[in-house]
Design a protein around this ligand. Structure first.
Ligand code: G3P
Length: 217
C-alpha cells in the first residue's frame, strides 16, 4: 500500500519523507489556499518545491472546468516536473481530459469520486489513480469504506490497472480499514501516518526495557 500525504505544508511533507515511508503527495486548491499559496505563479513554484522534497508522485490539480482549459493547464503542470500527476475533477470534460493525458502516457488522478459508477468511468478513461473521498462520504452518514470495497471488486473483475487512491482519509482507522480492503494508496494528513506509530504498550514496554538495562549497568 502506498502512503501519500495530503497537504501543501512543506514541513509536514518533510517530516513524512524523513520517516522513510512516504510514496507521494496529493494537493488540491483548498490545501494550497490553507498554506497561503495563491496566484498561478506561486502555486506552480510551490509544486516544484514539493517535487524537490519527495521522490514520488505529486498530484497537481487543474482549476479549469472545460476540456480545452484542462488540457492547457494540465500540459503546463506536466511540464513543471516529471513527478507531477495531473489531477482532474470527475465531470464530463475531466473524463475526456483524463483519456487525452492517459493516451499521451501522462499520469492522472481523477478526483472527487463519490460513487462506483464514477470510479468505473475514471478507470475506463485510463486514470492512473482514482480518488474516492472516504471522509466526505462518512460526513454525510454514508459508508465511505463501502465505496472502496465496490471499487476493488469492479477493478479486479476486469483487471483495470487504475490504482484506488483512498482520499479524504482523516484518521488511522481509515488507513487500516483501507489497507484491509485492498486500497492501493491512501492519502491523508501527517497525523494519519504518524498516528500509526502509537501504542501505549510500546511506550511502557520501552520504558521498562530502559529501566531494566540501567539496573544491570
Ligand atoms: O484528497 C482529498 C482531500 O484533500 C479531501 O480531504 O478532509 O477535505 O475531505 P477532506
Amino acid at each position: 500500500m502506498k502512503f501519500f500525504i495530503d497537504t501543501a505544508n512543506l514541513n509536514d511533507i518533510a517530516e513524512a519523507e524523513a520517516l522513510g515511508v512516504l510514496d507521494g503527495v496529493t494537493t488540491n486548491p483548498s490545501l494550497m489556499a490553507k498554506e497561503g499559496i495563491t496566484g498561478a505563479a506561486n502555486i506552480l513554484n510551490h509544486y516544484k518545491k514539493i517535487c524537490d522534497l519527495v521522490a514520488g508522485d505529486v498530484s497537481a490539480e487543474v482549476i479549469a472546468t472545460d476540456y480545452a482549459g484542462m488540457i492547457q493547464q494540465g500540459e503546463e503542470l506536466a511540464a513543471l516536473h516529471s513527478q507531477i500527476v495531473i489531477k482532474l475533477p470527475m465531470i464530463a470534460d475531466g473524463v475526456k481530459a483524463c483519456k487525452y493525458f492517459s493516451d499521451k502516457g501522462i499520469k492522472t488522478n481523477m478526483t472527487l469520486i463519490f460513487s462506483a459508477g464514477q470510479a468505473l468511468l475514471a478507470a475506463k478513461a485510463g486514470a492512473t489513480y482514482v480518488s474516492p473521498f472516504l471522509g466526505r462520504l462518512d460526513d454525510i452518514s454514508t459508508d465511505g469504506l463501502n465505496l472502496i470495497s465496490e471499487m476493488r471488486l469492479i477493478y479486479d473483475n476486469y483487471g483495470f490497472k487504475s490504482q484506488i487512491l483512498a482520499a479524504s482519509v482523516r484518521n488511522t482507522m481509515h488507513v487500516i480499514n483501507c489497507a484491509k480492503l485492498g486500497s492501493d494508496v491512501m492519502t491523508g494528513p501527517l497525523s494519519s501516518i504518524t498516528g500509526l506509530l502509537k501504542h501505549p504498550l510500546t511506550d511502557s514496554g520501552l520504558a521498562q526495557f530502559l529501566e531494566d538495562y540501567k539496573k544491570g549497568n
